[in-house]
Design a protein around this ligand. Sequence first.
Ligand code: CP
Length: 315
Amino acid sequence: ARHLLGIEPLHPSEITTLLDLADTYVDLNRRTIKHSDALAGMTQINMFFENSTRTQASFELAGKRLGADVMNMSVAQSSVKKGETLIDTAMTLNAMHPDLLVVRHPNSGAVNQLAEKVNCAVLNAGDGKHEHPTQALLDALTIRRAKGRLHRLTVAICGDIAHSRVARSNLILLGKMENRVRLIGPPTLMPAGVAEFGCEVYDDMKAGLEGADVVMMLRLQKERMDGAFIPSEREYYHRYGLDAEKLAFAKEDAIVMHPGPMNRGVEIDGTLADDINRSVIQEQVEMGVAVRMAAMDLLARNLKARRGAEAAGEH
Ligand code: CP
């Protein structure tokens, strides 16, 4: 593929190839390797039009560990603030001939639109409520390493599903890999049409968690609620916040995940989030670097092959 815009267009074999490559970037101590020349001579630009800690830092580290020249465009200081459109900004950067463009944007579909205009490989770092493909891939790698497989698992995704690109990318990926996906949350935070993805829907945590292998918690994404009903945090924690009592309904060896940023005492109990016997939240962050290295490595290989073929065609 030329870009990584979402999980939707990926074949299961492409997902496995990417996870296998990401695994090669992790050593026995779960540390990602620090030096490779896979992206040597290449330029990576990170454009984040929405806040980020994990995704931006790990894309930057991943690029540097693969030998790329990495530039973080500072949106706050850019001409975006003077009214320049996303496409004009992207075309300006495109004229500087980057090889990889990593983009996060608040509008669903904005990254796909941008990818049609530029010559380089584009990676979606999260677009509105649409997709966050590298998050789903790092979650998949974390699950596969913890459970020894990425199929025939029961995965419960809990909380604000309606506003979550993380939930959307994950349920597409987990479905493609033949897992059973359950969505748990208040009906007001459940999107219409989820049944078409073949998942089961619950509004009761205990019923939904029964027998789950993986419990994935989500933040209340108030910034995307846009006037919709926002539940009180106290009431929400009581009904949907994950604590040891609710987790006891899942399998004894069920793992607890959260993509971050986490709101302790809202969707998850802080002690449980820190319990290294159940929580793989820090491992998710570690796998984020490996998965982003693998994604950029694969796209760079395709880019080089395409450029090689174009150059050969000119002669
Ligand atoms: N999980 C995730 O996307 O985190 P950031 O918003 O910090 O990048």
